[in-house]
Design a protein around this ligand. Structure first.
Ligand SMILES: Nc1ncnc2c1ncn2[C@@H]1O[C@H](COP(=O)(O)OP(=O)(O)OP(=O)(O)O)[C@@H](O)[C@H]1O
Length: 376
């Protein structure tokens, strides 16, 4: 999959920007605050319907304006050529169009343009709480499985309704149990599908992670992960379902007391280890940074094997803190990814001009004050 052209209007500091991209490597350099990240964030927006930088769409619109527009021309294996547009206005929210037809559900876009983003914020994946890891997992699996995304959305709705009942119910506990029953059936069914899929994906993904961590660090320390959900084993759907139903049953009083759903994939954790060390509590800053990098590189190569379309890779400002040897390893790994790659960097130092001069595959852009131009 690749994006050939991007057009922005009032997208953060890009008032009017139009860029034609190269099929392989697109490098953006320029001073801090120039608008490099904003460019690749706009690409991310078209793939995932949201920014990877801003917490809310209202901050994405240029601060003097009430709206923004993003337009991208894409080319892939399954859909040979198509256009995705996004328009946002403060009053009406956002709308996504594919070939000028509006999408009923924003979630229909997820997976159409597979994307992986690596940014300095990724350190949180291993250093912060379980919600970060669940969200990484959900985003990763949703792009390869539309059913998984549908199950997630469904599960969220069921849990919301079930919590509402737990919170608002006033009466004898025996009656509450019968009111909960239809929700319990759906909760266990959908929750089981989510847990089973997470376990299956992680089983494969951990091999990619080990290869990437070892190739980035050159160390023999084996990175491993443990999936913690409601069971000890996740081999079969039936086994998980049985355990789920049992746990709903045995936690009924606790849930009634706390007035919320406490059993399910919304409480899952993925624990990362380096050798015997649990990374979250004992990892150094450098280990967190390199591990999260390995996670994203693993995601890239996992997608490349799983999907018909190669993912688009976005690397935001990741070379600044790395020594030359690690920069070379990542660059080398990226050359194995024959898909389209976007890199932002405040420094020009790590990059070889010869890769770009006269090349039809690679383009080096300079960005200054929200305007983009080719360097050569
Ligand atoms: N809503 C907005 N409206 C206008 N400008 C904005 C808005 N949000 C952010 N900016 C501006 O965008 C710029 C930041 O852009 P971006 O993060 O893309 O920079 P960058 O080139 O990646 O910089 P760095 O190298 O420091 O990461 C800043 O100048 C900031 O003031």
């Amino acid at each position: 999959m690749r994006i050939n052209r991007l057009k922005l209007q009032f997208f953060r500091n890009h008032e009017e920007t139009e860029v034609q991209f190269a099929p392989h490597l697109n490098l953006f350099t320029g001073p801090n605050g120039a608008g490099k990240t904003n460019l690749i964030d706009a690409i991310h927006y078209l793939c995932m319907t949201r920014s990877f930088v801003a917490s809310s769409d209202q901050y994405v619109a240029h601060h003097d304006e009430k709206y923004f527009m993003i337009d991208g021309d894409f080319e892939g294996e399954i859909r040979s050529s198509f256009k995705v547009s996004c328009s946002y206005s403060r009053g009406e929210g956002k709308k996504i169009f594919v070939n000028d037809s509006p999408l009923d559900r924003l979630s229909d876009l997820i997976g159409m343009i597979p994307v992986v983003v690596l940014s300095p914020e990724d350190r949180k994946l291993t250093s912060e709480g379980p919600a970060e890891r669940r969200s990484f997992l959900d985003s990763m699996i949703s792009q390869i499985s539309p059913k998984y995304l549908r199950d997630l959305i469904k599960f969220r709705k069921i849990r919301k309704q079930r919590n509402k009942l737990l919170q608002e119910y006033q009466g004898p506990l025996s009656m509450l149990k019968s009111y909960l029953e239809p929700w319990d059936v759906q909760l266990a069914q959908t929750g089981t599908a989510i847990i089973f899929k997470r376990a299956q994906v992680l089983e494969k993904f951990k091999e990619y992670l080990a290869i990437q961590y070892q190739s980035i660090t050159g160390l023999n320390l084996e990175p491993t992960l443990r999936y913690e959900s409601i069971c000890d084993k996740y081999d079969s759907h039936e086994q998980i379902h049985e355990e789920y139903v049992n746990q709903i049953e045995s936690n009924f009083e606790k849930e009634a007391e706390r007035e919320q759903t406490i059993i399910g994939p919304h409480r899952d954790e993925v624990v990362f280890y380096l050798g015997d060390i649990e990374l979250r509590n004992y990892g150094s800053q450098g280990q967190h940074r390199l591990f999260s990098m390995a996670l994203k590189m693993a995601q890239l190569f996992y997608y490349s094997d799983e999907l018909d379309d190669l993912p688009i890779m976005l690397l935001d400002d990741v070379f600044g803190n790395l020594d030359q040897q690690k920069i070379d390893v990542i660059t080398e790994a990226l050359t194995k990814h024959s898909g389209q790659t976007f890199i932002t960097s405040a420094s020009e130092r790590p990059f070889d001009q010869e890769m770009f001069k006269g090349s039809e595959q690679n383009v080096w852009f300079t960005v200054e004050n929200g305007t983009v131009s080719s360097k050569f």
